[in-house]
Design a protein around this ligand. Structure first.
Ligand SMILES: [Zn+2]
Ligand SMILES: [Zn+2]
Length: 160
């Protein structure tokens, strides 16, 4: 559910992944390629279970290893954890810097541009002579949809 514009990139995610694997002396196997293509076919946030449903049946360990290679290569980042502890991933390559509002009840992730946050980060970094390589801000709370039924309940009580 992305409202942010994508960033133009010269190299496709799959080619970028191939380059990264080459630096590690690894190859873009058909399995790795299939996983990378599926991951980059859609910007939705996803967890491993959701990705597994979208892939042709294959080995889970290979999928997990490929996901962590995509993270190491700067193509994906982990943005949050599901209540069951599973990581939620999203594109890091070709997508603008942004942060998330995370609903504690339904797990929905709402994206917002990180422009102001980046300014604060840059100022703090400058002050401490720190080189920034990225930041992650997770704001936890309850989304408007999950808030709605509760408000209705309150209103009913008020009327009694
Ligand atoms: Zn919610
Ligand atoms: Zn996001």
């Amino acid at each position: 559910m992305s409202e942010l514009p994508t960033v133009e990139v010269a190299v496709s995610p799959v080619d970028k992944f191939r380059e990264f694997l080459a630096t590690k002396g690894m190859r873009l196997t058909p399995e790795r390629r299939q996983i990378a293509e599926e991951v980059f076919s859609d910007h939705e946030h996803f967890d491993a279970d959701q990705l597994a449903l979208r892939l042709r049946p294959g080995s889970r360990p290979t999928m997990y290893r490929t996901l962590s290679l995509l993270v190491d290569g700067g193509l994906l980042r982990k943005v949050a954890s599901r209540p069951n502890g599973g990581a939620v991933y999203e594109h890091d390559y070709g997508y603008p810097e942004h942060d998330h509002l995370i609903c504690n009840q339904c797990g929905k992730l709402i994206e917002f541009p990180a422009v102001d946050v980046s300014q604060i980060v840059d100022e703090a970094a400058l002050q401490h002579g720190f080189r920034v390589e990225g930041h992650r801000l997770e704001v936890y709370g309850v989304c408007s949809e999950c808030l709605r039924p509760r408000q209705r309940r309150h209103r009913k009580l008020d009327q009694i």
